[in-house]
Design a binder for this molecule. Structure first.
Ligand SMILES: Nc1ncnc2c1ncn2[C@@H]1O[C@H](COP(=O)(O)OP(=O)(O)OC[C@H]2O[C@@H]([n+]3cccc(C(=O)O)c3)[C@H](O)[C@@H]2O)[C@@H](O)[C@H]1O
Ligand SMILES: Nc1ncnc2c1ncn2[C@@H]1O[C@H](COP(=O)(O)OP(=O)(O)OP(=O)(O)O)[C@@H](O)[C@H]1O
Ligand SMILES: [Mg+2]
Length: 250
């Protein structure tokens, strides 16, 4: 028997209970923080879709705000962000962070030019800046959308999508996120789309990481995998430890 498939089957058996636990977590965290609601960056991808759908279940439509923040993004993602809003009845606002990026880039590049990754990380941090401005204005918390697979290998921008106030999907692998997405009525176009940070044209997670989510999640759920793949995963895990801990100080 394939142990990975068996682990996913076992998760499927308790998926409703798991969703309820996540919904309760959101509700009690937001209440204990005396926050009025939550704000979520909506990318048209699956992680933010699932996060927003869980927040809606926990808090209701009037206390969840989704923000679509393009910065010269692929238009397919805007279509999916709108399809999501329609499907789960989410209040969605567009904030174009492209002009802010255009304004700050030449200032930063007075020192030296940025490569595609550094430009993409800057866009991710402009999104974080916008979400915190809105959270401050409305008395909301910022919801994080990073899943367990990404967190394990540090596949997020430090101070960008890696910075928020609470995370209702932190323990779910990408495969489990897909299963939850089906339960929550997320549009199929979002579930089946190749995961992408959309930090530059043509970027996909699997190409950049150098292994597939199947490899990564199999390893995370069962410990199985080719030695060279496991070494790559563990290498990324080691060098990204600083993204999962509070900054050191003395
Ligand atoms: N040991 C250490 N202790 C403390 N801090 C350390 C450090 N090593 C680096 N740093 C700091 O961390 C910085 C590097 O981290 P960071 O700026 O995040 O940059 P980096 O890890 O190089 O890039 C972010 C990665 O996440 C991916 N990403 C980003 C956003 C969204 C998604 C997605 O899935 O949607 C994926 C992106 O494609 C890229 O592969 C360094 O410039 C340095 O300031
Ligand atoms: N254009 C965008 N507008 C708003 N938020 C964004 C945008 N791009 C990225 N984000 C935020 O950054 C997070 C990280 O992106 P990531 O690609 O890991 O997740 P995703 O797009 O939801 O899922 P997928 O892995 O399917 O691409 C998103 O979940 C979202 O909260
Ligand atoms: Mg994405």
């Amino acid at each position: 028997m394939d142990l990975f498939q068996e682990k996913l089957r076992q998760y499927k058996e308790r998926i409703q209970e798991d969703i309820s636990e996540r919904v309760n977590f959101i509700r009690s965290y937001v209440e204990n923080a005396c926050a009025k609601g939550v704000v979520v960056g909506i990318s048209g991808g699956i992680d933010s879709s699932v996060t927003a759908a869980l927040c809606l279940k926990a808090l209701g439509k009037e206390r969840v705000l989704g923000i679509w923040m393009p910065a010269y993004s692929n238009p397919v993602h805007e279509k999916d962000a709108n399809a999501l809003a329609e499907a789960i009845d989410l209040n969605l606002v567009k904030i174009d962070v492209g002009p802010a990026f255009d304004a700050i880039l030449p200032e930063i590049e007075k020192i030296e030019p940025l490569n595609d990754l550094q430009k993409g990380n800057t866009k991710a941090r402009l999104r974080m800046t916008s979400l915190y401005a809105i959270a401050g204005q409305k008395g909301y918390l910022v919801a994080d959308t990073c899943n367990y697979s990404e967190i394990y290998v540090g596949y997020m921008t430090k101070g960008g999508d890696g910075l928020a106030d609470f995370n209702p999907v932190a323990s779910l692998t990408k495969h489990q996120i897909r299963m939850v997405a089906k339960e929550l009525g997320i549009p199929e176009s979002i579930i089946s789309k190749p995961p992408s940070a959309d930090l530059w044209v043509g970027q996909t997670d699997e190409q950049e990481m150098g292994f597939t989510y199947e490899d990564l999640d199999r390893y995370l759920l069962t410990g199985e995998g080719k030695p060279e793949v496991i070494e790559k995963i563990e290498h990324l895990h080691r060098i990204s430890e600083h993204k999962r801990t509070l900054m050191p100080g003395i």
